[in-house]
Design a binder for this molecule. Structure first.
Ligand SMILES: Cc1ncc(COP(=O)(O)O)c(C=O)c1O
Length: 412
């Protein structure tokens, strides 16, 4: 499906994924272009959470760990996510947050390369990724070089002194997608290991971790997986590392026999060794239910729709670039694009606030980026057309210049 400017309604009529939109709760008139921050709620999720609360927690209480399979939720949810990210079910587990999972995987990966003292990342990576590397290095007495470089210097930075290359596949600000396969191959050629952050990839397009020979990965449940605010995250360990990746957060849930209450720690032989404490059952229940929307989704069709939506948006935005000074920072090249489109604009924050008032929700990232996320499960082509119409109105009336739109909220 290649979109040019044509009737959005006709594109929707031809869209094989269009019926999925019905499965989401979409408030009246709302055009939601922020699924790259917090996905929309599938309609069936509240009932499932309600059941976990009242029947499972309220009535069955502690028995539910066995009778309702709470204890296996992390592995079950991990298996659901595995298909979306090109991994095997037994390589993925749902747990904690991306930050905590990065801590676990980076510490484990560094131990697999004991003779090397360099961690490579992109200086424009999401800050938590960089902070976690800094924290681990500080804990280890500052013995590592944190080689954080601009994206165009990455290849050159990956040399034979490197232990781990830690990268995010899709840039959270620009939506640029980097070449996982090529960078993983480059990393392996120098004998180092990769950790991929899939925050803006999982559920947005088919990720191919094993096809790329990736070593480790993390991702979150609350963006394109629609698991709800603060949903559990996930981690992936390639099968070849399952027996050797040693947990630093050696909690009882990662023990080979948690209910043996052995005073000494023995890691489980499966990916469960990378979990630490009791899983968040309510959050996992919401994520497990939300993931069912993907059950029959052809991920290649999802990618085609994502590209068609973002193509159409870029095309309809072109007059606004010329007239109002928006500057596109997302690559036009399909291979280098995730599922969001971003522009810089000096008045970006106020423009986004004014746009939100017209019920088109995107978001803003400092210093000057407005972001629009496209979720093929529920974004329609008419959403794209109407969003640009409302933005045109905000710009032509200069409504964004009103002082109330300048007031910065805690969360942008
Ligand atoms: C690329 C990336 N990594 C990590 C995070 C933060 O993850 P968490 O809050 O689950 O630690 C985000 C949040 O938006 C992100 O975009």
């Amino acid at each position: 499906m290649t979109a040019t400017i044509q009737d959005a309604a006709a594109l929707d009529a031809r869209d094989s994924l269009a019926p999925l939109r019905e499965r989401f709760h979409i408030p009246d008139e709302l055009i939601y272009l922020d699924g790259n921050s917090l996905g929309m709620m599938p309609k069936h999720v509240p009932e499932r959470v309600q059941n976990a609360m009242t029947a499972q927690w309220g009535t069955d209480l502690i028995r539910s760990w066995n009778t309702h399979g709470w204890i296996d939720l992390p592995a079950r949810v991990g298996a659901q996510i595995a298909r979306l990210i090109g991994a095997e079910a037994h390589e993925v587990i749902a747990c904690d947050s991306i930050s905590v999972n990065l801590f676990k995987l980076l510490s484990a990966a560094l131990k697999l390369r004991p003779d090397r003292r360099v961690i490579v990342s992109d200086i424009d990576n999401f800050p938590t990724d960089l902070y976690i590397a800094e924290g681990i290095n500080a804990m280890l007495g500052g013995q590592y070089e944190l080689r954080f470089v601009k994206r165009d210097r990455l290849e050159a930075a990956i040399r034979d002194d490197v232990a781990v290359v830690m990268l995010t596949e899709v840039d959270y600000r620009t939506g640029e997608r980097i070449d996982m396969k090529a960078l993983t191959a480059r990393t392996h050629a120098v004998g180092a290991l990769t950790i991929w952050d899939l925050a803006h990839s999982a559920g947005a397009f088919p990720v191919r971790l094993n096809d790329c020979n990736a070593d480790f990965a993390v991702g979150c449940g609350y963006k394109y997986l629609n698991g709800g605010p603060g949903a559990p995250a996930f981690l992936m360990v390639a099968e070849r590392h399952l027996g050797t990746a040693m947990p630093v957060l050696s909690g009882w849930m990662g023990h080979a026999a948690p209910f043996a209450f052995d005073p000494a720690y023995t890691p489980d032989s499966t990916v469960r060794r990378l979990t630490a404490g009791t899983p968040s059952v309510i959050g996992m229940t919401a994520l497990e239910a939300a993931l069912e929307v993907f059950d029959d989704v052809d991920m290649n069709a999802l990618r085609q729709k994502s590209l068609a939506l973002t193509d159409l948006f870029m095309e309809l935005m072109q007059p606004l670039e010329a007239q109002y000074g928006f500057k596109l920072v997302t690559p036009r090249d399909h291979a280098r694009r995730g599922s969001q489109v971003s522009y810089t604009h000096a008045d970006g924050y106020a423009i986004m606030q004014a746009l939100i008032e017209t019920k088109v929700i995107g978001d803003f990232r400092a210093p000057d980026i407005v972001r629009f996320g496209f979720t093929p499960l529920y974004t329609s082509f008419q959403d794209v057309e109407n969003a640009v119409k409302r933005l045109t109105e905000v710009m032509s009336t200069r409504r964004y210049a009103e002082p109330r739109f300048q007031v910065k909220a805690k969360v942008t």
